[in-house]
Design a protein around this ligand. Structure first.
Ligand SMILES: [Zn+2]
Length: 281
């Protein structure tokens, strides 16, 4: 994957680091948020909850019906309350289309957009343009890889990371098709046990965010820990997809732990190790 090099001053770098290390501040119990989500009748009301409590920098659920938007909000609430440090890595939440529009604006040097991401003291106009352009290319690569469905996490150095949901997957028969596919993939062991829902795909992406927060798969500790599992063990004890990379092994484990009431050995062990690293990070 391509890398973008942006020159930042020491002061800008320390501001970016502070941004990456943000933590969600729990002003109330999660039950209060869930209640507000259930009470909200429009997508705008749901977006307002995310903005009020500081779930991310920008949320745009306008491409979704309230039913799907509510699901997204519940997933976010659960993940953020369990792991408050993930908010430092989630800048945008919404549809792929909305994310592309945001990046296009950045690539054009739209300062309002830079400001709404809280990057006005970190990026120059030129840097913002370069980052936007780079993000657009990255998106194209992500979409062209094709087998993305329902959700994805786009990492743009913590400046403009996107937790993305494919709005076309929620419309009419497309949704039924997607769910049928997920069930089939679970049955054949391509995805973990219990991971046959829209939520399980979203939690898989949350797993990638947790990995980024903990620097897990990029660390020696993480690498050594994951090496204990043989390919056969991973395939039979977690999923076929988990075999593709250490990053997917982590994401599939998180997905199973969040989705199943009886997560299996590998998922539980990887989750426990990740939690241990998270607590000490
Ligand atoms: Zn993945």
């Amino acid at each position: 994957m391509k890398q973008l090099e942006i020159e930042l001053s020491d002061a800008q770098n320390s501001m970016l680091n502070a941004r990456l290390n943000r933590e969600f501040y729990k002003r109330c119990s999660s039950d209060i948020i869930y209640h507000k989500i259930d009470e909200a009748t429009t997508v705008q009301e749901l977006e307002a909850i995310a903005e009020q409590y500081g779930f991310c920098d920008i949320i745009d659920l306008s491409a979704f019906a309230p039913y799907s938007a509510r699901k997204i909000m519940r997933i976010l609430t659960r993940a953020i309350y369990q792991f408050p440090k993930i908010v430092g890595r989630i800048n945008y939440v919404g549809s792929y289309g909305g994310y592309e529009r945001l990046l296009r604006k950045m690539s054009e040097g739209d300062w309002e957009c830079v400001r709404s991401l809280g990057l006005q003291h970190i990026l120059s106009t030129e840097n913002a343009k370069a980052l936007g352009g780079f993000g657009l290319e990255l998106c194209k690569e992500l979409w062209e890889e094709a087998n993305i469905s329902l959700a994805a996490f786009a990492s743009l150095g913590g400046c403009c990371n996107g937790l993305l949901f494919d709005s076309t997957d929620y419309k009419d028969y497309a949704y039924l098709d997607t769910i049928a596919n997920l069930r089939k993939n679970e049955q054949i062991g391509f995805h973990p046990k219990g991971c046959n829902t829209f939520e399980s795909v979203a939690y898989h992406e949350i797993g990638h965010i947790m990995d980024a927060v903990c620097h897990f798969t990029s660390s020696e500790t993480g690498k050594r820990f994951l090496e204990q599992y043989s390919a056969e063990e991973i395939e039979s004890g977690l999923s076929g997809y988990a075999l593709t990379s250490p990053q997917e092994l982590v994401a599939e484990s998180i997905s199973e732990v969040f989705s199943s009431s009886t997560p299996r050995k590998i998922a539980s062990e990887v989750f426990a190790k990740l939690c241990e690293v998270y607590q000490s990070s």
